[in-house]
Design a protein around this ligand. Sequence first.
Ligand code: ATP
Ligand code: MG
Length: 294
Amino acid sequence: MASIFDNILDLPNSGVNERTANLIGFETKFQRIYGNLKLLLDQEGLKTWSKKHHKKELPVISQLTERYPLIILAGDAGTGKTVSAESIADRMVRELGRDGFFLKLSTRVRGEGLHGQMGNLVNDAFAEVKKQAGKNRLAFLLIDEADAIATTRSTMQMHQEEKAAVNTLIQKIDEIRELKGRAIIFMSTNRLHFIDEAIVRRAAVILEFERPTEQERKDLFEKSLDGIDFSKKELQVLADLTSPEQNDELGYSFSDIRLKILPEAIATSFPNSPLTFEILCDTIKNIKPSPKIK
Ligand SMILES: Nc1ncnc2c1ncn2[C@@H]1O[C@H](COP(=O)(O)OP(=O)(O)OP(=O)(O)O)[C@@H](O)[C@H]1O
Ligand SMILES: [Mg+2]
């Protein structure tokens, strides 16, 4: 099993919780998903509620549970899709007071040219999810970079085996409803338009990820460098230097700032001098925003 999963986590998880605290704009995204899925996740509670307040199980209850526990995380590279999936899962089990299990499916096999294995991979992943979704345990499966598996079947060059894998995937998403809210599937993609429409149609939520706004860029610099005490004006300059307006209409992504600019600025200062506003500005000017994925 270990080989097909990049990542297996028990939830709640303190490491994930710490990462969540550093995610800018997380709360809004979480509330949107939680608001949408909490009915699906608490089907027993919903029945109890209906009986208590309406003396019967209203027909709408069973209709609600026909929805698919599928969330699509869509957006450009480095906008936080992968990190957010873990954080959302972790927050969800905390909110519900339950235990959980997070599996991240590796789609790398494709790179190795093993087209025929895609279907098996999907089967194994969902079998594991079923196994793990215990009575009181929520199982989450992240199919990261899902375009590798879920590409639209209308693509001409698609191999027969790949088409079969998409069919398997759709079938498995349908079956997962039998688990009655004990399993949630995330799919991340930076090419939503490549994902098969039968899959897109099933998503309970499509969450769009964007590069950070001006305020988010300020928050990111301020939070990451808390203790340096930049002035409001300096933060504004940092946000401006990384803005679309000053970079041919393409701003820096979260990962450009966090995984490129900040480490490089620190590398420039370490070990003999402090990190300064000037060093940061120079670093930004030397690093271009990553190109947009088409
Ligand atoms: N909302 C955020 N707040 C702060 N940092 C963030 C945020 N989103 C992403 N990051 C940073 O950007 C890095 C990249 O995020 P992540 O790997 O989730 O991007 P992604 O959308 O999955 O990109 P890709 O499409 O390339 O896989 C993270 O390690 C994190 O440091
Ligand atoms: Mg990712």
